[in-house]
Design a protein around this ligand. Sequence first.
Ligand SMILES: [Zn+2]
Length: 379
Amino acid sequence: MTENITLEMIKALPKTDLHVHLDGSIRLSTILDLADRYRIKLPANDIDGLKKAIVVDENCSSLVDYLKAFDITLQVLQTDQALERAAFELCEDAAQENVRYIEVRFAPILHTNNLMSLEEIITSVVEGLKRAEKHYNIKTGLIICGMRHFNSNVSLMSRGLKETLSTFNDKELAELLALESAKVAVKMSKKEPKIVGFDLAGAENGYPAKDFYRAFQEIISGHLSITVHAGEAYGPNSIEQAVKYCHAHRIGHGTRLIEAKHDESMPSLYNYFKDKRIPLEVCLTSNVQTKTVPSIKEHPVKKLFEDKLRLTICTDNRLVSNVTVSDEYYKLVTELDFKKEDIERLLIYGFESIFLNYEDRKSLLNEVLPEIKNILYNS
Ligand SMILES: [Zn+2]
């Protein structure tokens, strides 16, 4: 019994997407087009072949395995034009399913193959977001990511850095680059309000958040908002570090917070999240693909929701995970028996969790609330 909640109804509902990676959400047709323009060799030259190479399936074994798809998408995202276009199209795709507010995130350091500066790279993405706002009924924000792991093969800039800073090991370089990204984000945010927050992304296991303490001190001092990927490939300890050392205002995934509920070594962490209303950015399908959870039905989202934690439903990667925000909500209805009131609550949580200032957040929520009620209860 789906209580007459159809996919069409969900598509019409005003939604947010607060956890979506630019480099994991590019259109396949755009990858082909950009590869052609920049003479980049891809694993396949048609949509179907490329889809097989990028979109993950049940053979994906872990988060590290999942992240391999990005080696392909990143190749074509190394110019200002490509970045502007990818950002615009991501917002365009989201707007088509009535996502009214999107926070796009990306790590500028991964786009330095042509030696563009971090500021130029970020500006290109901001321009794409602004163009989308002019064309569609969508508001946007940008989250800058630091990366937990350093990969010298990622770009000309990273290779140069590895050679120049010869006494630094990869962990130290990752920390240094996250610090630099944080400083650039703060500096640019003084003039560019589209830059709303900072995140730590990449391989979680073996790369603890506390190592990035300095970057987050910069962000806190610069009064930007903070989200941290945690509790995906590692347990509640990782989530605790994100709060303790990085002062996270939201958690990316946070799936394994459920393990803290009955863990006697950290009895208060679960309730801390509930009491402080710290949102978890829930990405259902991505969690199944990275083997964080065995299936949608076994995802802790239902328990977390029943315990009244603040959750916001997100895509993670529209391309790599082959999802939309509407798909994710629909899975809650069909697989986990979420009702209309539950969907309404989750949509409101989404708008309450965005990294805009209080007035803008409130006015956006006031704008969409009557629409949500009308679609859910009068159609
Ligand atoms: Zn993510």
